[in-house]
Design a protein around this ligand. Structure first.
Ligand code: PLP
Length: 503
């Protein structure tokens, strides 16, 4: 008895001296049910054969580059073969396995494409990495603002006509589209690509398809941009089985004829900005993903589970779920990715953050994203019907309890009706980032130019970026996010009281 107690204390001592490991173990012992990425969902998507290999050889597999294995800097063996297989199945000219997430892929793409002397059109609701790329590359952005949905209080994708007219008006030669958005809204990428080609044969189209690595593999999913775009970025850790931090950077075939001179620049930039010690376990998982892509049954199952959840939630309460049927006539949603289940319980007065809290506390369900109004559940290759039914049942119980008044709602949404208007861009993000700055009280910052990129994470769509003019509505919105549960990042003042502005 005494001996086992002693052992227990030694174990506890050890665990407490490694605080991050302590927290990870706490997460594991809580047995959380993830409706978030990584897409392998605690290894559920892996074949037992590969799981056993990982369990048995974890440390041996985590190795540096040696001649026996392939090298990232100059792949000639298995790594090259695996990258070529991915390129082939997506139908692109070339694929790079990137180990810094799509964050790095976005920065690589824009850095090799643009410089201080040219311009790019981007959606204002792009991921923060796109804005980081603007700061790194110095390029001048033209924004197109997304289509706002007043029913669900989400930004959808862009109206193609607005994209085209801006490209024509300013003779823009580079266009980046985020497809899908965090909420699953897609632009008709084929129509966009073909129309851009008619406007100018030299216009380069980059698609941040971080959330859509699965698109190509079932006809029920939205159009995959690999057949149409010049540079395509994907996060196979989000919806496929790759480990967190993995990304595919694809060069589309169209770039070969359009602007072949960019291709060596992309290759060089990949090597310039990537680590020289890529983690072999990450590369392992991307090779596994490559193998997974060759099995269409996996993607049929992902579609069927997503469709099942959508149908069942519609039966519980049709109003709470965002479906393509409700969006058909809205601009900015030509297609929708059904694997993103968006739930909005505003009609019961419940905010997205409150719903997130109920789901984790009562059901141990971890959502992919919560915002003031919605939660998003992510269905991936790692899901199964058992978990789907568990989720549906949780939603059913919550709705029943809301109807009976058993859940206390804070009625936040009586005070917050919608998201604020996008702020105006006064100078480029790089100009603002490199300017002299000062700190001012957040409350007194309206009318000044932000030098910081402030966002809730997730989704990482910036509320304000360097170069934009802070408005009273933006200040109010930031304060609401802080007060009601948003995970705000980007303030250099960690008390969140002051903000860095251009002097
Ligand atoms: C649209 C979009 N692009 C890029 C990224 C960055 O991806 P990663 O997490 O792989 O760096 C994200 C992350 O959520 C995203 O939502």
């Amino acid at each position: 008895m005494l001996v086992s107690n002693k052992k227990k204390y030694i174990k506890e001592d050890l665990i407490n001296s490694t605080p991050y490991i302590r927290d990870l173990l706490k997460y594991v012992s809580n047995k959380i049910i993830p409706f978030q990425c990584p897409g392998h969902k605690a290894g559920n998507s892996y074949l037992n054969f590969y799981k056993k290999i990982l369990k048995k050889y974890l440390f041996e597999l985590e190795t540096n580059e040696i001649p026996l294995i392939d090298t990232f800097q100059n792949p000639t063996k298995g790594l090259r073969e695996s990258q070529e297989k991915v390129a082939k199945i997506y139908g692109v000219y070339k694929t790079f396995f990137i180990v810094g997430g799509s964050t790095l892929s976005n920065i690589i793409a824009l850095s090799s494409l643009v410089n201080d002397n040219n311009e790019i059109l981007i959606p204002r609701n792009a991921h923060k990495s796109v804005f980081s790329a603007l700061i790194v590359s110095g390029v001048k952005p033209y924004f197109v603002y997304p289509e706002y949905d007043y029913d669900f209080n989400v930004d959808h994708n862009l109206d193609i006509n607005k994209v085209l007219s801006k490209v024509k008006e300013f003779n823009i030669k580079n266009v980046l589209i985020s497809n899908p958005t965090y909420y699953g809204s897609c632009i008709d990428i084929k129509r966009l690509a073909l129309t851009l080609k008619e406007i100018g044969k030299d216009i380069v189209l980059v698609v941040d398809q971080a959330w859509g690595s699965h698109f190509k593999f079932n006809s029920e999913f939205p159009t995959c941009s690999t057949d149409y775009a010049d540079i395509i970025i994907m996060s196979p850790h989000k919806t496929l089985s790759a480990f967190t931090q993995c990304s595919f950077l694809h060069i589309g075939n169209s770039l070969l004829t359009k602007k072949p001179e960019i291709i060596p620049k992309i290759e060089q930039t990949v090597l310039m900005l990537s680590t020289t010690s890529p983690n072999s376990l990450l590369l392992f998982s991307m090779d596994y993903t490559q193998f997974e892509l060759h099995n269409p049954k996996i993607f049929q199952k992902v579609y069927s589970i997503s469709n099942f959840i959508q149908k069942e939630i519609k039966k519980i309460d049709e109003d709470i779920i965002l479906t393509f049927d409700k969006l058909k006539n809205k601009a900015g949603v030509d297609q929708r990715d059904i694997t993103k289940i968006v739930i909005n319980m505003s009609k019961y007065g419940l905010s997205g953050y409150e719903l997130e809290e109920i789901l984790i506390n009562r059901y141990k369900i971890q959502v992919e994203l919560a915002d003031l109004f919605n939660v998003v559940f992510l269905i991936t290759v790692g899901d199964n019907y058992k978990k789907a039914r568990y989720l549906i049942n949780a939603i059913k119980e919550i709705i029943n309890d809301l109807k009976r008044g058993y859940i206390k709602v804070r009625n936040i949404l009586r005070r917050i009706k919608e998201l604020p208007d996008w702020p105006e861009l006064a100078i480029t993000p790089r100009q603002a980032f490199t300017s002299k700055y000062k700190y001012v009280e957040l409350d007194n910052s309206y009318g000044l130019i932000s030098a910081e990129l402030i966002t809730t994470y997730p989704p990482g769509i910036p509320i304000i970026i360097p170069g934009e003019v802070i408005t009273k509505d933006i200040i109010e919105h930031i304060k609401n996010e802080i007060k009601y549960g948003g995970k705000i990042t980007g303030f250099s003042d960690k008390t969140l009281k002051t903000i860095r502005v251009v002097e």
